[in-house]
Design a protein around this ligand. Sequence first.
Ligand SMILES: Cc1cc2nc3c(=O)[nH]c(=O)nc-3n(C[C@H](O)[C@H](O)[C@H](O)COP(=O)(O)OP(=O)(O)OC[C@H]3O[C@@H](n4cnc5c(N)ncnc54)[C@H](O)[C@@H]3O)c2cc1C
Ligand SMILES: *[C@@H]1O[C@H](CO)[C@@H](O)[C@H](O)[C@H]1NC(C)=O
Ligand SMILES: *[C@@H]1O[C@H](CO)[C@@H](O)[C@H](O)[C@H]1NC(C)=O
Ligand SMILES: *[C@@H]1O[C@H](CO)[C@@H](O)[C@H](O)[C@H]1NC(C)=O
Ligand SMILES: *[C@@H]1O[C@H](CO)[C@@H](O)[C@H](O)[C@H]1NC(C)=O
Ligand SMILES: *[C@@H]1O[C@H](CO)[C@@H](O)[C@H](O)[C@H]1NC(C)=O
Ligand SMILES: *[C@@H]1O[C@H](CO)[C@@H](O)[C@H](O)[C@H]1NC(C)=O
Length: 771
Amino acid sequence: MLLRLAISILPFVGSALAQAGAAYTDPDNGITFWGFTDPVHHVTYGYIFPPLADNSQEFIGEIVAPIETKWAGATPGGAMLHNLLLVAWPNGNSIVRSARYATDYVQPTAMSGPVLTDLPTTKVNSTHWKWVYRCQNCVSWSTATGTQTLPIDSFGVPAWAWSNVGVDTPSNPQSTFLEHTDFGFFGLDFSQAHVSTALYNNWAAGGTGGGTPTGPPTTTTTTTQPPVSATPYDYIVVGAGPGGIIAADRLSEAGKKVILLERGGPATWETGGTYGPTWAKGYNLTKFDVPGLFETMFSDSNPFWWCKDVNVFAGCLLGGGTTINGALYWIPPYSDFATTTGWPSSWGNHQPYTDKMKSRLPSTDAPSPDGKRYLEQSGDIAAKLLDVQGYRRLTINDNPDQKDHVYGYSSFDFIGGKRGGPVATYFKTAKARQNFAYRQYAYVLNVVRNGAQITGVKTNDSSLGPDGFIPVTSKGRVILSAGSFGSPRILFRSGIGPTDMITIVKNDATASPNLPPQAQWINLPVGYNVSDNPSINLVFTHPSIDAYENWAQVWTSPRAADSAQYLKSHSGVLSASSPRLNFWRAYSGTDGKTRWMQGTVRPGAASVTTAYPYNASQIFTITVYLSTGITSRGRIGIDAAMTARPLITPWFTDPVDKGVLIQGINDIVANIKSVPGLTLITPDNKTSVIDYVNNYDPGSLNSNHWVGSNTIGTSSAKAVVDENTKVFNTNNLFIVDASIIPQMPMGNPHGTIMSMAEQAVTKILALAGGP
Ligand SMILES: Cc1cc2nc3c(=O)[nH]c(=O)nc-3n(C[C@H](O)[C@H](O)[C@H](O)COP(=O)(O)OP(=O)(O)OC[C@H]3O[C@@H](n4cnc5c(N)ncnc54)[C@H](O)[C@@H]3O)c2cc1C
Ligand SMILES: *[C@@H]1O[C@H](CO)[C@@H](O)[C@H](O)[C@H]1NC(C)=O
Ligand SMILES: *[C@@H]1O[C@H](CO)[C@@H](O)[C@H](O)[C@H]1NC(C)=O
Ligand SMILES: *[C@@H]1O[C@H](CO)[C@@H](O)[C@H](O)[C@H]1NC(C)=O
Ligand SMILES: *[C@@H]1O[C@H](CO)[C@@H](O)[C@H](O)[C@H]1NC(C)=O
Ligand SMILES: *[C@@H]1O[C@H](CO)[C@@H](O)[C@H](O)[C@H]1NC(C)=O
Ligand SMILES: *[C@@H]1O[C@H](CO)[C@@H](O)[C@H](O)[C@H]1NC(C)=O
């Protein structure tokens, strides 16, 4: 198990190293800790262990936090799930703390096993609070799938969590609290964080002093890199999500010399991935291949697929979001590319591009290869509810422009019962071409430019070019496809964007040397006016529902008949992700604007809040989102740790959006009594819909459908890229990903993103001056 933990954190080690922990001695107690001070909130997290040879199960740790920190958490194992979580906060002059444990991204509960002892220098003063503790029984613990152990003899990536919102009951160590408002990681060489038994025992008993780092002295390694001469490319594409893959495939098809750079590793079996469930061992199936494993993306102990330096969910591996998403796949309606949704008029004729996409990647609403539908109860019940409200059933992707009072089977881009998407199609054809190169685990830090002319990109991999630099040819071009958070960060680090963001880069010791001089900074509204669908979950029960154990068994012990069927023919329940039915309805807001509501129906539920008992085997969820027409906007950017994040969240900044969603929810639940046996359990009958929406955890409104951070438009005052997707005031820098989409598309966005990419790459190829 130790091995598994160590291997799966490796992909983050590179980026975490930039934030590496080091030894320091706390002046209050003279203890030498190995730890890290996060540069944004200035909280220090430290750890020190007895000698490895002692085979000990304990460590001493501390959290030192400025007083505005309402609570802070430390996770030496690095992941939130199935890990030791230590949380603390001040209560008057004392520190209240506990060890917690989480099996899902919900409130962590008490962890039995660890024994915590506060050490004497624990304190609260006028500016700080400080918790110094001994944690016994804290090095390994058992989880549902085996024993987990801290990597105390090697490198690890501990995490921290932080909040400026107070816990609910400060005097109670087991108090509930809202989700952290921030979190992060740092690299730590645990193998060095050990002291002698005598010193450790003295500190553990409350003694002070005597500490000096015992690790080997810092050695100066002269890295004599073999000389590398990088080949110039016609096109460098950064990021292998749906945008980047389609761009790279079409450019290489046109004969251009292309390199596609991806920070993450392989995913599906076909691409070299190996991380699969035990029950499928020997069948060449990974977590990313089997559609029915989708819900386990959120409940795994080592979720290496998320971008660790983006503080919302984003996929950082081949395929980007399309490798870890639910694969709901919608053929875009006309409005997705209309001037009314912010597109330049030259984009209105999307049909030829959508057709190209459909011919490469068809959609299916019956993903099981045997043509049968499985686990349909939740869709059937929801359909009954919608029927009485005048909805009609149709095949959604055969009628993309019909999005009012309609419902139909959920539609996916699975192929043959496995994850398909752009990786199984476009990437495959690109990969076969001689003029196409693909490099994984290649992290692009910034573009290198001489004023408006981009000369190449700087990566973290010096085997790709001198100092990691990869050049473009004299007429060559760079295309950023690093996603709604990744592409803005690369722009900031290249001196492109609002001055406040570039100034953060300038103040970062590692990033600032790569910034162009201030006179060459390009001021564009990167990160402004982003949107994402606000979404609210309604949880119901009905006696006909099979909640499928809330998808909790599919990774370790699926129903035997279902796994056998899947292994035999890739068919059955496990050949689809969780959604079963989708619906849309148009609403007119009090401001006279039209907004569309979307619903997604699935068995199971992410969380249930009710005052009453209920039968968990009969739960299902309707997620209600607001899509096209939404007027709320937010802002995304980076913080001093270079983590990409929302600076202003984009949900319900306009109260009319909220009003429309409340109306939509009221309409959905209005006819519950017409369906015998149907009960709404969250919100329960003691909670009004308005209160439920008003008190909804803001972080949970996230749909992971971010668009607009590098919006397309006709003026550099209001847009980042022009109608050819070229970044304003540059000669040869383009963006092809979700970030250029100006407003929320009608459905879950990746179909729209791929049609957009088809059109964008056609425009780029047609634009004069290129290679
Ligand atoms: C949990 C979840 C569920 C979702 N479910 C659905 C769904 O069911 N249907 C749907 O349509 N949409 C869904 N989405 C949204 C959809 O997946 C995204 O909108 C889509 O993937 C965005 O595509 P993109 O090309 O803009 O960027 P991404 O898919 O984010 O791809 C960006 C790529 O760039 C790489 N990258 C980033 N920075 C760098 C760098 N500096 N150097 C090198 N490489 C870099 C990343 O590793 C990644 O591979 C979901 C998203 C999430 C997170
Ligand atoms: C409070 O404690 C912190 C941490 O030990 C220390 O840095 C700070 O100077 C103290 N503040 C005051 C006002 O003594
Ligand atoms: C799995 O893949 C290997 C090659 O990677 C192949 O030899 C083997 O036959 C495959 N097994 C199955 C069950 O497809
Ligand atoms: C570059 O960064 C990626 C992503 O963080 C990482 O997997 C890779 O190991 C790094 N490469 C080097 C050479 O450090
Ligand atoms: C809960 O639901 C399951 C599945 O419908 C059913 O088999 C079981 O009897 C129910 N339990 C109770 C206590 O009603
Ligand atoms: C609320 O729901 C519970 C359980 O579902 C039920 O026992 C109770 O009678 C309901 N109350 C009202 C006012 O409907
Ligand atoms: C953001 O959108 C608002 C309207 O929603 C508009 O007034 C403003 O100019 C936009 N800002 C930018 C930078 O595009």
